[in-house]
Design a protein around this ligand. Sequence first.
Ligand code: ZN
Length: 318
Amino acid sequence: MATDTGPEGRLCLLTVHAHPDDEASKGAPTVARYHAEGVRTVLVCCTGGEEGEILNPALDQPWMAEKLAEVRAAELARAAQVIGYEEVVMLGYRDSGMAGSPANEHPECFAKADFEEAVSRLVEVIRRQRPQVMITYPEDQGMYQHPDHLRVYDISVPAFERAADPHYRPDLGEPWAVSKLYYTLWSRKRLEERHKAFGELGLESPYQESWFEQPSRDDEITTRVPVHDFIDARIDGLLAHATQIDPESSFWFGLPPEIERSIYPYDDYVLARGTRPAELPESDLFEGVRPEAPEASESSGSSEVPELSTAQAQYGRA
Ligand SMILES: [Zn+2]
């Protein structure tokens, strides 16, 4: 089957996240890697993160709460740049806050938003961006049951389906069938490797017992993307969210970068829709959807590779 590419004739990866900073904590190295390869990378951020807790003691100032939406927008712009996102699309909803908080009742919050309306907004983005690969959150989100994260899953699957349906809202653009839909997953293996590395360095591990009591879901992993050269995209992306991430956090930054790069240099995914490759795990999200691979690098000029961005210069292979 021929692969349709997007408006610019390049492959496109589209990720859907709940809040500014989720794009840094989940799959940032993957995005940096594909960006370095010339894939167009688009982030859909569903909310503005207005309810985020200020976790950086140095920035926990009385005036911050009022300015938080503005500050988080600037942090997101910076993170997107260092990770290697070419475009950020805000879906336009308000952060719903943690489950049970008063923000859950705000009329503009994502969790309260009209479901059909929210799906249609995402369909419009998919039809305009025309990605071959889309990444979202899984139905089962384990210990972290944030209402906005659950909603990301809720709208993503119907949007994936309806974007391709010519009968659904033709006013939202030409139908577009995304080839593959993936769920993000933090593997048990990665958690164990990090926990072990903390111990070996004589450091206190940030993982408590409860982390290991959750059932492992590693058997669901279909795709393991090697991201060794791009681990710093996560570190620098997280640091860009200065109000949300304590730079002293041992969970995020407790291991020396060189250890972080070597112990588990993969991002893991579950292929939810699309043709399953014969052999699992696959190592490339675009497996099976790439146009004919050029024979050698001889045939230059066949595809436009964008200029090196900051992220690419920092994380790209030498
Ligand atoms: Zn979030």
